[in-house]
Design a protein around this ligand. Sequence first.
Ligand SMILES: C[S@@+](CC[C@H](N)C(=O)[O-])C[C@H]1O[C@@H](n2cnc3c(N)ncnc32)[C@H](O)[C@@H]1O
Length: 288
Amino acid sequence: MTTYAFLPEPGPGITMEDFLKFKEFFYRRTGISFELSKRYFVDKRLVERIEATGTANFRGYFTMLRLQVSGEELQQLTNLMTVNETYFLREEYQFRCLVDSILPEIVRHRTSSDAIRIWCIPSSSGEEPYSIAMYLLERWGGISQWDVEIISSDIDTSILRRARGGRYSARSVQHMPARWLEKYFKGVGDEYQLCDDLRSAVEFTRVNLSEPADTLSYRNFDVIFCRNLLIYFDDVSRATAVETFYEALNPLGFICLGHSESMSRISSLFKVRKFPDAIVYQKGLETE
Ligand SMILES: C[S@@+](CC[C@H](N)C(=O)[O-])C[C@H]1O[C@@H](n2cnc3c(N)ncnc32)[C@H](O)[C@@H]1O
């Protein structure tokens, strides 16, 4: 005789209506826009968090997500929803452009000895800002005369912890020249630990680029790297991001984007600059 001792629990089944409600909510909070084709990716992570929080179903979880004052669960979920793919010296031509064209131009126009400020958003696990720091040390003569501050931000708090720790896989450092690898890293098992001097050269902060309150104090930058984030944004969030960058940059400051990214609104606010290694965008003088 067959016995059904274990009847299935009501599952956290997520309907299309639930998905659409969540998609709209998450977009408003993060600027990240999920197409229908990403439904499996999104549902899987929602189910993971519904189970981890012991919530009965999507409805209960979604209510908690919206109403929780601390925002802790939204942060946990955001950490799962982000795509953190990155590696050292990714799109290296822009770092060449930085040291051979952008920085020489910045210091030529500099009338004060204030530090040169670079904002790298999103940082993911830190390979990009640390690549910039190494490039400056290895390839930019001006480093002995100028202070440089590198601030690097991301919305994902768990990836920021990894960035601060500076421990990397072989895959992550595979494009690094052997001499740099030897100079700046120590092998630990099959991983690589970045040296403390470089770790302390970059300040990591949690910033949601789509939240004006988060970016308000980010001002007076000379260069912004924003690579491989706008691909996850729609036109409206991209336009907002451009306006944020405009406010964050000094007059004549530069923006470097990922190679496949363009920004609506950018053409009206920034000039296109074609340097030998890369095309970048430049803010005008405030009076222009
Ligand atoms: C693909 S990584 C890009 C990393 C690096 N810039 C690069 O090009 O290699 C995208 C990063 O964007 C971050 N991100 C997504 N939405 C964000 C937002 N609204 N504000 C800040 N960072 C965000 C994610 O957490 C993720 O680490």
